[in-house]
Design a protein around this ligand. Structure first.
Ligand SMILES: Nc1ncnc2c1ncn2[C@@H]1O[C@H](COP(=O)(O)OP(=O)(O)OP(=O)(O)O)[C@@H](O)[C@H]1O
Ligand SMILES: [Mg+2]
Length: 261
């Protein structure tokens, strides 16, 4: 039976006068992978950042695991606005893991220390249990043998896999991936996508912003095409990537010459 783990309705985000997200609706079922595509500046990162409240939505409702986040405080653009309390958000962010394009590992900590940091400092997990969990997650991403290395000694692909292990250590319910292979050398992209594929196969709920259309085609359940802050086209990978209906989706996809199904 499917269960909505995330429901977003009429999400708006302004930066000053700049109306970046203009009413985004999305429902994600537990265990499903959603891939989001779209041109630079269309609002993909902003959308992900709103989902874990690194940015506060300007209006619109976010419901995570059946619970509306924040307290309704008014209305804007025909959508309700919410007041957020940091206290609520701190707890919530532990349920929503995020991995970025830039690796963001702590350079002065070993791989092991990077993966243990969140559980120890935020979740107050004991060191023994945190170590055990870190070993499990490093095994999952194939990097247990690098546990005592510093990030600067690792390849970009390895650093990105450590970043995934670090996010997993918080036992998130949803994982957000923001173009995490975009700055990797082509030969390192596959190792990171494989880890994501395995994670999805294990039932992790994932929202993935990516330019890897082959990956999206084969693994996503839904594909979203974001255009100027709205979901311009949405559907199965076949619908959106193979038989897009909208001219803008077609135009965007035409830019990918090296994409084969
Ligand atoms: N903190 C911010 N302050 C002001 N403007 C911002 C901020 N973050 C993003 N923007 C603007 O919002 C718009 C959408 O940016 P966003 O980073 O979400 O796009 P994107 O789809 O992720 O693009 P890319 O593919 O280049 O990563 C851009 O015009 C950007 O300049
Ligand atoms: Mg972005």
């Amino acid at each position: 039976m499917s269960e909505a783990i995330l429901r977003v309705s009429s999400l708006h985000k302004y930066f000053g006068d700049h109306h970046v997200l203009r009413g985004v609706d999305l429902e994600v079922q537990r265990g499903e992978m959603v891939c989001m595509i779209g041109s630079s500046g269309s609002g993909k990162s902003t959308f992900l950042r709103c989902l874990n409240f690194m940015e506060y939505p300007s209006a619109g409702r976010i419901e995570l695991m059946g619970k509306v986040v924040g307290r309704e405080s008014g209305a804007r653009d025909g959508a309700p606005t919410y007041a957020y309390e940091e206290r609520e958000l701190v707890g919530l962010r532990t349920h929503v893991g995020m991995v970025f394009q830039q690796f963001n590992l702590f350079p002065h900590m070993t791989v092991m220390q990077n993966v243990m940091e969140g559980p120890v400092t935020v979740l107050r997990t004991g060191r023994e249990e945190a170590t055990e969990r870190a070993r499990e997650n490093l095994t999952k991403v194939g990097l247990l043998d690098k546990a005592d290395q510093y990030p600067s000694r690792l390849s970009g692909g390895q650093q990105q896999r450590v970043a995934i292990a670090r996010a997993l250590a918080m036992k998130p319910d949803v994982m957000l991936f923001d173009e995490i292979t975009s700055s990797l050398d082509p030969e390192l992209v596959g190792e990171v996508l494989n880890v994501m594929r395995d994670l999805s196969a294990e039932g992790m709920t994932m929202i993935v912003v990516t330019h890897e259309l082959g990956f999206a085609y084969h693994l996503a359940r839904q594909v979203l095409f974001l255009y100027e802050g709205v979901i311009h086209e949405q559907g199965t990978p076949d619908e959106v990537l193979k038989n897009p209906q909208q001219e803008r989706t077609k135009g965007f996809l035409a830019g990918f010459t090296d994409f084969y199904f």
